[in-house]
Write a protein that binds this ligand. Structure first.
Ligand code: GLV
Ligand code: GLV
Length: 339
């Protein structure tokens, strides 16, 4: 539907100013101005009649939302690389395009995974809390000992763009890099990163650090549970910048408490934004509120890519970051409203 010939789009949270400006140059933009996630009823109500929706990973986009939107909806542009919040199969069936924001956040998220890895291994957050506590201290040979990163073995689970970017960083730390993935990476990627593929169980046994980079799917849900944690070294550190439900959070809390592994650093949580109370009590858990792509530069780039996805789709062009290319050949066409 359009107003004065301009398509109406929904944006479920304020994005960078430049992104909002770009969108407003082309569309009537209905943006949710409230704090936090757009309430479900409001999403369902305000998506009605829109030609596009820019959604966040906190919005569930399912059949109900598509039906509420009506036949004019042509693209759901998710402002994230992950799209487990979107029922892609349903969108494809309804000939609605789904966009995401890959590539622009790869290096930023890999930086975060490495920062978390270092923070957990070297007890940075624990040290910070200690200094702030005001407790008296003096440099001590045995104080807050962590574990080296350099020359250790890093196991990367899921070896897509972000996993590979983490592997490149590990080279600078002279780490041995292993990866577990459904398929081998191209040989030039293996050569460049020096990464060696192995089955998950073996990777868990060999690695000093395990970093997760798989999307959330039925196959990866609880991929790391009690059994897998048991296989890891007692000195190991687990890093999760992927999706919370990939890890069985209760099993992880038990493992951290019992010393089954040394530490964990989590950017994502199983019941986000809720965090298991047991985890919050553990000094060897580094906990960060889903900040993997949270830099000024990357959030702008993500917004611009989401905007480009919408601009392309509503202009009848193939969106640059299209999740469901199967929907492209017979994607919905513009429904002309009043001139
Ligand atoms: C963030 O988690 C993303 O998928 O972009
Ligand atoms: C997964 O999120 C990837 O892009 O590697």
């Amino acid at each position: 539907m359009s107003e004065g010939g301009r398509d109406q789009i929904l944006v479920t949270r304020q994005l960078s100013g430049a992104v909002m400006t770009r969108l407003r140059e082309h569309f009537e933009v209905d943006v949710y101005e409230g704090r936090g996630a757009m309430p479900r009823e409001e999403l369902v109500r305000r998506v009605a009649g829109k030609a596009a929706a820019i959604t966040l990973l906190t919005d569930r986009v399912d059949r109900e939302v598509l039906e509420a939107a009506g036949p004019g909806l042509r693209i759901v542009a998710n402002y994230a690389v992950g799209y487990d919040n979107v029922d892609v199969a349903c969108c494809t069936e309804q000939r609605v395009l789904v966009g995401n924001t890959p590539d622009v956040l790869t290096e930023t998220t890999a930086d975060m995974a490495f920062a978390l890895l270092a923070a957990a291994a070297r007890r940075i957050c624990e040290g910070d809390r200690f200094v702030r506590s005001g407790e008296t201290w003096i440099w001590d040979p045995g104080m807050m000992l962590g574990w080296d990163l350099h020359h250790k073995t890093l196991g990367i689970v899921g070896f897509g763009r972000i996993g590979q970017a983490v592997a490149r960083r590990a080279r600078g730390f002279a780490m041995r890099v292993l990866y577990a993935a459904n398929a081998p990476a191209p040989s030039e990627v293996e050569r460049e990163t020096g990464a060696e593929r192995m089955p998950l169980d073996e990777l868990l046994e060999e690695s000093d650090f395990v970093s997760l980079h798989v999307p959330l799917t039925p196959a990866t849900r609880h991929m790391i549970g009690a059994r897998e944690l048991e296989r890891m070294k007692r000195t190991a550190v687990l890093v999760n910048t992927a999706r919370g439900p990939v890890v069985d959070e209760q099993a992880l809390a038990d493992a951290l408490r019992d010393g089954t592994i040394f530490a964990a650093a989590l950017d994502v949580f199983e019941r986000e934004p809720k965090v298991l109370p047991a985890l919050r009590e553990l000094p060897n858990a580094v906990l960060v509120p889903h900040l993997g792509s949270a830099t000024v530069e990357t959030r702008l780039a993500m917004g611009m890519l989401a905007a480009e996805n919408v601009l392309a789709a509503l202009d009848g062009r193939r969106p640059p970051a299209l999740v469901n290319p199967q929907a492209w050949p017979n994607a919905r066409a513009r429904r002309n409203a009043a001139p």
